[in-house]
Ligand binder design. Structure first.
Ligand SMILES: [Zn+2]
Length: 319
């Protein structure tokens, strides 16, 4: 029988230091890459990547540089939770609390923060609870980030989302460290789907080849066409104190295009209308983390933007 995720996690932690870090030094000097695992304790696609790295680099070290796996919130993992007290991927711009009780995720943040300082390439691995699209989210649209995104297997590259989150994610923190950094988040798809696991492994392999940690293989080919999307705005469970209703995607495996003129969200007093053909991102009926972002409105690159209003929607009062 295949070992379950808890057994794999216990095995991985037995190889990690007290910060949850497993490190493989290359034969030659070179860049440091970090795979960030378990930022969200309930998302387990990363476990296959880190276990694959362990198997591979236990037999033979990387060709150059340093490959680092940072297993972040293993306490949340063992509780089967996204987080214990607060979202670890939204607190990177917040001050460490002055008084106890210190929320668990702040302690995790301080535990792993020193391991990011020398990292040239930061790959943050996520997966989703509900069916979703596979996507890559760069911390910025820098040339380095963009080129890496385009080399990967995914359906969407989602730009600018970092600017619309309530709080700061780990890739934003890493991207803002001095020097040139590459920082991306990979959303593989639904946690335990074989396609998600295979895609996550494929992307890890492409990244390792690209930066010279392992030898390239002619077997690796890429079949996807990637759609680039610019996020225009984010919406939350409530708007001006009242619950917001929005149109849900009929196609959870990809993002619906909503035609120009569609009222895509409203409550008793306000409505939002798209001023151009737009894209709804993460339009999930079920509120997974209802006090954070619920969905985003985006513009598919190539669909064009409305002149004079870069936000692409207007809101109007219903009362
Ligand atoms: Zn996540």
């Amino acid at each position: 029988m295949a070992p379950d995720n808890i057994t794999i996690m216990e095995g991985l932690l037995s190889h990690a230091n007290e910060s949850g870090v497993i490190e493989y030094k290359g034969i030659n000097p070179g860049k440091t890459i970090a795979f960030i695992a378990c930022i969200h304790g309930n998302e387990i696609a990363w476990i296959h990547v880190v276990e694959w790295l362990r198997t591979m680099f236990t037999d033979a070290p990387p060709l150059s540089g340093t490959v680092r796996c940072i297993i972040a919130n293993h306490e949340a993992f063992f509780h089967g939770q996204r987080y214990r007290a607060t979202d670890l991927n939204r607190i990177w711009n917040q001050e460490y609390p002055k008084n106890p009780p210190i929320p668990h995720e702040f302690e995790v943040r301080e535990r792993i923060r020193p391991w990011l300082e020398d990292v040239d390439v930061c790959i943050d691995i996520h997966s989703t609870t509900l069916p979703s699209a596979s996507m890559v989210i760069p911390a910025s649209s820098s040339t380095g980030n963009r080129h890496l995104c385009e080399a990967l297997s995914c359906e969407y590259v989602v730009h600018n989302i970092v600017n619309y989150l309530q709080g700061s994610p780990i890739i934003a923190y890493h991207a803002n460290l001095p020097g040139e950094r590459i920082s991306i988040t990979i959303e593989g798809w639904q946690h335990s789907e074989q396609a998600c696991i295979e895609r996550s492994l494929y992307n890890a392999r492409v990244i390792l080849e690209r930066f010279g940690y392992i030898k390239g293989s002619p077997m690796v080919t890429k079949a996807d066409t990637i759609q680039h999307i610019d996020v225009l705005d984010a919406y939350y469970a409530q708007y001006q104190g009242e619950r917001l209703e929005w149109i849900y995607s009929k196609n959870p495996k990809w993002f619906d295009v909503i035609p120009k003129g569609t009222i895509f969200a409203k409550n008793a007093t306000v409505a939002f209308e798209s001023l151009q053909d737009s894209v709804l991102l993460f339009p999930q009926k079920e509120a997974l983390h209802s006090w954070k972002e619920m969905f985003f409105l985006g513009s598919a690159q190539g669909l064009g933007r409305l002149e004079g209003d870069m936000r692409g929607f207007r809101s109007f009062s219903l009362s």
